[in-house]
Design a protein around this ligand. Structure first.
Ligand SMILES: [Zn+2]
Ligand SMILES: [Zn+2]
Length: 429
């Protein structure tokens, strides 16, 4: 019997000489010797590829019976996949019980889920989802589509309504099956976001009050570290409390730096254009501009007297028309913008900043979804100057959808977003 070192086994794998490796391991198993489990897993995967399921399963059970391998999540997963491949659900489940609950990953459980899906087992897949996946693992769009598809194809309204209670608010794009008895209404939304089938309005799903509270307290805890910062921020909080009904928060700095990435007269001109554009649609008392103090304080220092006078006139005009808050030195103006955007319910912020850094600092996962990203998604207006022409007509604002592409109940109908702007509308029973 040839004895291989790790190095030679590696070479054998590269040359795809599985039989030699198999013989080598079989001999070790016979003698009850421990075997290198990552090599063993590679061997199993090789056998799986060759569809030699019988050899795979006997090698595994011998190795396991003779204690040559330990209980290893990857090994177990390969074995389960193999059992399911040969339709042996019973042994697949038996193998799963070898893992502690804490060791079980989604990649293993989803094998059972997919098995039920492929075999159209509607009660089983639903039950499996409820008891093993829901609330424990992140399901993606494909997973939800499988679940919904089986339910629709089997015309199971009862399960549909049970499921929809569990997936409300989730971002799912359902590519529904055409050939089903399930009375699906593929519908469109009109200009007022009403469903063409039931006439109910599709909502924008906002963060709840408690979710907003979480973000605001995370913001305070991670950013306001010094006493000075806390004091200065308190002033802002007071300012905010005294002004109700802000609908638009403008990220002044982001617009000033847009394009040229530096501050010049054109920066103020751009911001002025954005404000004018906003005021076409909004009452000035609903608009708050947040801008760093340095953009006011250093005007005289940075520009010649002619230009600085012009800029100061622009600032004065803003201050008389809309609400303006100058953020203090040595503090990041983003903190103020994010705070205002969150505290004013249903308000929108104008900024091209994706705010990725803040997601890491103040974001929080709730029900497998990051709250901060969820907030940015529904709250951010992007701006642009078409063809880099800085005039009113080329100033563009892209608003977020006024409805959420999320599963929702509206009136007595349930709606699931679908592809090509369609929705699935089903009447509650
Ligand atoms: Zn509808
Ligand atoms: Zn109805």
């Amino acid at each position: 019997m040839e004895v291989y070192t790790d190095k030679t086994i590696n070479i054998l794998f590269k040359e795809n000489k599985l039989e030699l490796i198999l013989k080598f391991f079989q001999n070790k198993i016979k003698l009850g010797e421990k075997i290198n489990q990552s090599f063993f897993n590679r061997l199993l995967i090789g056998l799986e590829k060759n569809q030699d399921y019988e050899t795979l399963l006997t090698s595994y059970s011998h190795a396991s019976d003779n204690s040559c391998i330990s209980i290893h999540e990857q090994t177990i997963t390969i074995v389960i996949r193999t059992y399911l491949e040969i339709n042996n659900l019973h042994d697949a489940f038996l193998t799963l019980t070898k893992l502690d609950e804490s060791q079980i990953k989604k990649r293993t459980l989803i094998l059972f889920f997919n098995y039920y899906y492929l075999n159209g087992k509607v009660d089983e897949i639903y039950e499996f989802y409820i008891s093993n996946l829901k609330g424990k693992f992140v399901l993606n769009n494909e997973d939800y589509n499988k679940l919904l598809n089986v339910i629709f194809i089997n015309n199971r309204k009862d399960l549909y309504f049970k499921l929809i209670g569990n997936i409300q608010g989730k971002k799912i794009i359902f590519e529904y099956p055409i050939n089903t008895n399930f009375s699906i209404n593929g519908c469109y939304l009109n200009q007022k976001n009403q469903c063409s089938n039931c006439n109910n309005k599709i909502k924008r799903i906002n963060l709840s009050i408690s979710e907003r509270k979480i973000l605001l307290s995370n913001l305070k805890n991670s950013y306001l570290t010094s006493d000075t910062d806390k004091e200065l921020f308190k002033k802002f909080v007071k300012f905010v409390k005294n002004i109700n009904n802000i609908k638009i928060v403008i990220d002044g700095g982001n617009i000033l730096y847009f394009g040229d990435r530096k501050i010049n007269f054109n920066s103020y001109h751009k911001l002025n254009l954005i404000i004018k554009k906003v005021l076409k649609k909004y009452d000035p008392k609903h608009v708050l501009l947040i801008i760093h103090n340095r953009h006011k304080t250093f005007i005289k220092k940075n520009f010649n007297s002619g230009v600085s006078q012009k800029i100061e006139d622009i600032l004065k005009e803003w201050e008389t028309k809309i609400k303006v808050y100058y953020t203090p030195f040595n503090m990041n103006d983003d903190w103020f913008i994010v705070y205002a955007g969150i505290i004013y319910h249903n308000s929108l912020i104008i900024s091209n900043d994706l705010m990725k850094d803040h997601k890491f600092k103040i974001g929080q996962e709730i029900d497998f979804e990051d709250l901060f990203s969820k907030w940015v998604e529904i709250s951010r207006i992007e701006f642009n100057f078409k063809n880099k022409k800085y005039n009113f007509n080329n100033t563009e604002l892209s608003f977020p959808n006024s409805f959420s592409m999320r599963v929702q109940k509206n009136g007595d109908h349930y709606h699931i977003p679908s592809i090509n702007g369609k929705w699935v509308c089903v009447h509650n029973i």
